[in-house]
Ligand binder design. Sequence first.
Ligand SMILES: CC(=O)CC(=O)SCCNC(=O)CCNC(=O)[C@H](O)C(C)(C)COP(=O)(O)OP(=O)(O)OC[C@H]1O[C@@H](n2cnc3c(N)ncnc32)[C@H](O)[C@@H]1OP(=O)(O)O
Length: 430
Amino acid sequence: MQSIRRVAVIGGNRIPFARSNSRYASASNADMLGAALDGLVARYGLAGQRVGEVVAGAVLKHSRDFNLTREVVLGSRLDPHTPAYDIQQACGTGLEAAILVANKIALGQIDVGIAGGVDTTSDAPLAVNEDLRRTLIKLNSARTLGERLKVAAKLRPLQPFKPEIPRNAEPRTGLSMGDHAARTALTWNIDRRSQDELALRSHQRLAAAYDRGFFDDLMTPYLGLTRDQNLRPDTSLEKLGSLKPVFGTRGADADQATMTAGNSSPLTDGASTVLLATEEWAREHNLPVLAWFSWSETAAVDFVHGDEGLLMAPAYAVPRMLARAGLTLQDFDYYEIHEAFASQVLATLAAWESPEFCKDRLGLDAPLGAIDRDRLNVNGSSLAAGHPFAATGGRIVATLAKLLAEKGGGRGLISICAAGGQGVTAILER
Ligand SMILES: CC(=O)CC(=O)SCCNC(=O)CCNC(=O)[C@H](O)C(C)(C)COP(=O)(O)OP(=O)(O)OC[C@H]1O[C@@H](n2cnc3c(N)ncnc32)[C@H](O)[C@@H]1OP(=O)(O)O
């Protein structure tokens, strides 16, 4: 039997994130993931090398991109003998890709691997409507002109022009991510001011991190962007407080809606990659280790039949991971909690502080307790940087690993909520 090996985070590379339908409007997922990968390959001298595996994904993907990651690898300077494949776990995709690569490294199946993620809401995969799709398939398989004419005769004049537009909504409820989060915000009494304060801190901290050059070796400029386009260093509590609610604005609780464009992550385009390896590989290639990828856990909640909030799965995943690792919630120097919405971060923290939630839902004798908020998302997070769904995991892993390297030691927690009621979490240590 093989033994478990330590997994090193060597570094990451991403492109600055762009607002939807803006700077990257004409870039495809392949273009953006390719740019993030090219930067990583250049930074770590991987040109011509056969990497164990490249695992990445996109939440919104064109049907032509059967294996987007492999296509991107074939277009890169990596050795074409590098295997590559796509995965998808909504906003957990990038972190799940890193977990997959880390597990293969730990088990001795590969020595080095790259994880990544990309998404674009500007170049969304519009599909033709279902009737037309089926008719076109029949048309394509018709063998004679007569058969083709018979199928074509069934096409109604305006039918082809009604496309199926992908929605940022749960298939089983029809509600958007934001409307689900708005329900959770009500359940946990998350007030508007706390959400706006969290959003403000995210912008201020991301701006400060850029100003001190933190991202200089984690990012490759792309299509004229050198910083995340959503970053608003000049935003204020007054400006945030003046924005109108956009989620939870229908139904009986509409007057209690608190979620705005300022305290919700924006629709974003972007890509990220992370390099993971064994200690030996890092030594042989003369590359310093930023941090160790030590634990991970996923969880899912039943938001369809039960009353668990759609984006609350990390509240369950983290305590399970802590129990396995023999740690408490307070044993961390940094907390990276993906800011899908300010209210969802605050609801997760409230759940961990709640004796009822921790007893009834987690089966614990005592609440997990509060965290030191000064250690939360210290370089900003998705509210400021933006959130190109599958690319967020890579952004967070690289950011946290570098933070730990800068500090010289410590432990960081990663928590990412995902559509479908899932949560992906991990621990990095140094
Ligand atoms: C998917 C998973 O698996 C899990 C998850 O992560 S769930 C989260 C997934 N992501 C989402 O659901 C995305 C949610 N976001 C959205 O749908 C949209 O961004 C949104 C509806 C919230 C806003 O869209 P929009 O109206 O086009 O935004 P935008 O025009 O940029 O902003 C609206 C206004 O707020 C202002 N604004 C936004 N942020 C601001 C800030 N921080 N400070 C000051 N003003 C701000 C803008 O300037 C704009 O003002 P004007 O109208 O005067 O120009």
